[in-house]
Design a protein around this ligand. Structure first.
Ligand SMILES: CC(C)(COP(=O)(O)OP(=O)(O)OC[C@H]1O[C@@H](n2cnc3c(N)ncnc32)[C@H](O)[C@@H]1OP(=O)(O)O)[C@@H](O)C(=O)NCCC(=O)NCCS
Length: 147
């Protein structure tokens, strides 16, 4: 069945929460407690940017999501996540392309994001034309690209 991208709905929040939790446990285990303490702030961010929270549905199942926010003149990708069993099937790249297209439609000329230096997601960004601009906060690599 075809992959469908749609705007998130409230019923997606538990799956998104689990995706964020998996990410923290994998890439920032030392920060899980702090992340949990700031859950209310994260929820506020998801709700305030709900129209930029996109969900991927594959075979009628939740398969992933992405969220971007305006950050000065850039459209900043805050999170992109594909369910483990669905990875390496092009869903991440489809979400990434959709984010770029939507940001462009909404007048943003630059895209930006941060990635943990060991995270292979960096390869996906590089294949999509993102350029590493250096190291930002917490040792994360900063990437940018025109939209
Ligand atoms: C990063 C992530 C979203 C990629 O999703 P995905 O659906 O597996 O990605 P795609 O199948 O679209 O991959 C596109 C390309 O990116 C690269 N890529 C993606 N994951 C990769 C990996 N684990 N190792 C090496 N290259 C990878 C490959 O070039 C891939 O193309 P290919 O499969 O034809 O070789 C997914 O691994 C994920 O959810 N990770 C956990 C959350 C996370 O780390 N998010 C990024 C935060 S910055």
């Amino acid at each position: 069945m075809a992959l469908i991208l749609r705007q998130a709905c409230v019923a997606d929040i538990p799956s998104i929460y689990r995706g964020e939790q998996d990410y923290i446990r994998r890439w920032e285990p030392d920060h899980e407690d702090a992340w949990r303490l700031q859950l209310e702030r994260h929820l506020t961010r998801w709700v305030e940017n709900f129209d930029r929270l996109t969900v991927a549905i594959k075979d009628n199942q939740f398969a992933g999501y992405s969220l971007w926010v305006p950050e000065q003149d850039c459209a900043e990708l805050c999170t992109i996540n594909v369910s483990q069993i669905c990875r390496r099937n092009g869903i991440g790249r489809t979400l990434l392309d959709a984010y770029a297209a939507t940001a462009k439609q909404r007048g943003f000329t630059r895209l930006s994001l941060s990635v943990h230096p060991d995270n292979p997601a960096g390869l996906m960004y590089e294949r999509a034309g993102f350029i590493c601009m250096g190291t930002g906060s917490h040792g994360y690599l900063r990437y940018e690209r025109p939209s």
